[in-house]
Design a protein around this ligand. Structure first.
Ligand code: UGA
Length: 448
């Protein structure tokens, strides 16, 4: 099928690239002409595992193209995926102006019937408003079907997730839209693609479910899923706080909890809490949506509060350990909001860095992928590719992101380089006994 993707951010680019790799003819559009120029020149503007590889192969096969002209993209596709940003407004609700703008462009530029697919995360009922906007602005130039097709991709493993989904949710108003979407996802559902992640040898996973729902249910499924995962993390963090007070070990507690299949082991990792451009904004948008219909989503407000307190607790640990922060050289290991991404949006590490700089610390930060982005935001800190350089002369090391390379740091070697053998671990990467045996003052979450 001929598909258009509007918005070349993390979601749009992965969606466009994977659908092209699966055999469709895809055009990707973005309002940012420099991003399009980069893509045309063969550069990938974001870091996402396997993405550059499939952009190259889809490009060579003539399956993907790019344009800064939304009109060109809109006229090309039978289906148009809207993947533009829905950032938070000051009151927490989602800013839908980019979606509205694209709706106006689609209504103005379409010359034939289009399936308009809402892929960006949006509050329930956005699809209905989108349908109204499209009909309102259209000048009899096509006829539009609207569908909601939320993505469940995790940054860092987005390509893998796209090709191996647990479920594909399509919210539609009529069976034709559902059939069109089934056709779009047929290669994924029937595993008719050469997997770029496993080189054709994919592990045996269960078959993805193709779920057809109403548009509002599809929208709600996305917000309800993300908010539940965020809630789970905050629950683990609240348990960690309790463990600290009661002398228990949170890793032991959450491991045993997770073995109950009704609970599950994932998303119970205590630490600095959740960041990124999805959970913090989605939880706020969900609370705000609920408030508009008179539902007080207390439980999510508590999850948000627990998450915000993580930074305060972490900073308390750092300042108690250092006694005086001013003038101390502090190494931050990890800036991205999680491992395997260069994304620093709402990253807990940046909040930690901001506070350390405000207190007068000499910050030496390190991250495998996110240094360039962080430099632009905090030009006064020092940056290193090599963690041992960041640790040289440091009075403390603070661990903010769970990168594999930091799990493997040789602390014996690092200890000899540091001015003081002090580690405050925001991601529980190391065993307290081992760190203490190496002569480190060591603190983490829920294991004191
Ligand atoms: C999240 C969801 O997991 C995806 O399913 C969803 O599609 C995506 O949002 C989205 O809405 O687009 P993502 O933001 O990439 O994906 O990140 P996660 O892997 O979910 O991690 C979120 C944050 O939670 C990270 O800061 C991570 O460090 C933290 N986290 C995660 C914990 O603190 N503890 C855990 O046990 C797990």
């Amino acid at each position: 099928m001929r598909l258009s993707v509007i918005g070349c951010g993390y979601v749009g680019l992965v969606t466009g690239a994977c659908l092209a790799e699966a055999g469709h003819d895809v055009i990707c559009a973005d309002i940012d002409a420099s991003r399009i120029a980069q893509l045309k020149a063969g550069q990938t503007p974001i870091y996402e595992q396997h993405l550059d590889k499939i952009l190259v192969s889809a490009g060579k096969a003539g399956k993907i193209s790019y344009t800064a002209d939304a009109g060109e993209a809109i006229r090309f596709g039978d289906a148009i995926f809207i993947c533009v940003g829905t950032p938070p407004r000051p009151d927490g609700s989602a800013d839908l102006s980019a979606i509205d703008h694209v709706a106006q462009q689609i209504a103005a530029e379409a010359r034939s019937p289009k399936l308009v697919v809402e892929k960006s995360t949006v509050p329930a009922r956005t699809g209905i408003e989108l349908q109204r906007a499209l009909s309102g602005y259209s000048r009899g130039n096509g006829g539009f079907r609207v569908a909601s097709n939320p993505e469940f991709l995790r940054e860092g493993t987005a390509v893998e997730d796209f090709f191996h989904p647990d479920r594909i949710v399509v919210g539609v108003e009529d069976p034709t839209a559902a059939e069109q979407l089934r056709e779009i996802y047929r290669p994924i559902l029937e595993h008719q693609f050469t997997c770029p992640v496993h080189n054709g040898k994919c592990p045996d996973t269960h078959k993805a479910e193709f779920l057809v729902t109403t548009i509002s249910s599809a929208e709600l499924i996305k917000h309800a899923s993300n908010s539940f995962l965020a809630l789970k993390i905050s629950y683990a963090n609240a348990v960690a706080d309790l463990c600290e007070k009661l002398g228990a070990n949170v890793e032991e507690v959450t491991h045993a909890m997770g073995l109950d299949p009704r609970i599950g082991t994932q998303f119970l990792k205590a630490g600095l809490g959740f960041g990124g451009f999805c959970f913090p904004k989605d939880i706020q948008a969900f609370i705000s949506l609920a408030a508009t219909v008179g539902v007080d989503f207390e439980i999510l407000k508590a999850a948000e509060r627990v998450n915000k307190q993580r930074i305060d607790r972490f900073f308390d640990k750092v300042s108690k350990a250092l006694w005086v922060v001013k003038g101390k050289r502090v190494a931050i290991l990890g800036l991205a909001f999680k491992a395997n991404t260069d994304d620093i949006r709402f990253a807990p590490a940046l909040e930690v860095m901001k506070r350390l700089l405000e207190e007068g610390a000499d910050v030496h930060a390190c991250d495998p992928k996110a240094l360039e982005k962080a430099k632009r935001q905090f030009p006064h800190a020092h940056y290193h590719d090599d963690p041992y350089k960041a640790l040289e002369g440091a009075h403390a090391a603070v661990i903010c992101t769970e990168w594999d390379v930091y799990k493997k740091i040789d602390w014996d070697r690092a200890g000899k380089l540091m001015a003081r053998k002090l580690v405050v671990d925001g991601r529980n990467l190391y065993q307290p006994e081992k760190m203490k045996a190496l002569g480190f003052e060591y603190s983490s979450f829920g294991r004191e």
